[in-house]
Write a protein that binds this ligand. Structure first.
Ligand code: AMP
Ligand code: ZN
Ligand code: FE
Ligand code: FE
Length: 285
């Protein structure tokens, strides 16, 4: 069994449509794939209807959250959510707020870039996102197309880096509220890429313990952005806190160099997610 529980389609900032992403998953020999677009469930219906036979599709999402340390600015944390009820009103409202927040923040970044002479247009970026939830990868792509940078990765290490003067933070959900919303909707919250330091500051063990106290059920341990020692540390933390351990690729199509299935989840851990998720069912034969 090969199980990848973290992928992005064009419903957010991946480059493949949900249907193409499922085809890629099947072609890569995966048995189970979760669709976890940023702050949206828009890909779920297509994924359900375009599912290749034999492939199990787990409906999911990656929620933009923040942890508030006592004595420093908020730290961005991503919360994977599986098998929740997409119609839960409180959770649906918060997702809509996060999408509005992404639009407002994306527009501020792009207008500032344009004001300094970089040939990018917010209107064109929104048009090219084709209804997908806009993220920095869309802006990066526009910068590549305009010849300002040579690659999406180059955009992230320069103009779109979190230390760039053009960077604007989003007002993301307090992660403890996010965890509560996912649980209220019958879902399974899993802390995504918790030690991926290249994305910015990361939280300490005490924060993860507090998240577990708030209802967190799992930690993503195997992720392309985690070094071996970081995986070891997170595996120990998960054991100490009694949390499910996952491994996933965080596939984004050609917006990243990572291949689908680059990291995978143990079948027993997947069973624990299936047992805990009560808000919706996987799409399967
Ligand atoms: P945002 O959510 O708008 O802040 O943008 C962050 C997204 O960009 C995340 O989904 C990351 O996976 C993605 N990302 C971060 N760094 C890179 C990179 N170097 N190349 C491509 N995508 C990246
Ligand atoms: Zn992304
Ligand atoms: Fe993420
Ligand atoms: Fe992701």
């Amino acid at each position: 069994m090969r199980i990848d529980l973290h992928t992005h389609s064009s419903a957010s900032d991946g480059t493949e449509t949900p249907a193409d992403l499922l085809r890629s998953a099947a072609a890569a020999g995966l048995d189970v794939v979760a669709l976890t677009d940023h702050d949206t469930t828009a890909g779920w219906q297509v994924a359900a209807s375009a599912r290749p036979p034999g492939l199990t599709v787990v409906p999911g999402m990656e929620m933009s959250c923040r942890w508030f340390p006592a004595d420093s600015p908020p730290i961005s944390v991503h919360l994977l959510a599986y098998l929740f009820d997409p119609t839960h009103p409180g959770f649906a409202a918060e997702r809509a707020r996060l999408r509005d927040e992404r639009l407002a923040r994306g527009e501020r970044i792009v207008r500032a870039l344009a004001a300094d002479g970089h040939p990018v247009s917010w209107e064109r970026i929104v048009e090219q996102s084709d209804g997908g939830v806009v993220g920095r990868p869309h802006i990066a792509r526009a910068l590549v197309d305009a010849g300002v940078v040579e690659s999406v990765d180059h955009a992230f290490t320069t103009l779109l880096h979190h230390h760039s003067p053009y960077y604007v933070a989003k007002v993301d959900t307090d992660v403890r509220e996010g965890i509560a919303l996912v649980r209220a909707a019958g879902g399974v919250p899993v802390f995504a890429h918790g030690l991926a330091t290249k994305r910015g500051r990361v939280v300490g063990d005490a924060a993860v313990a507090a998240m577990a106290e708030a209802g967190l059920l799992g930690i993503e341990v195997d992720h392309p952005d985690h070094a071996p020692d970081e995986r070891l540390h997170l595996r120990g933390l998960a054991a100490d806190l009694g949390l499910i351990v996952t491994g996933s690729s965080d596939y984004h199509g050609t917006n990243k160099t990572t291949v689908i299935g680059a990291c995978t989840t143990d079948p027993h851990q997947f069973e624990a997610i299936l047992a805990a998720g009560t808000g919706s069912a996987p799409f399967r034969d």
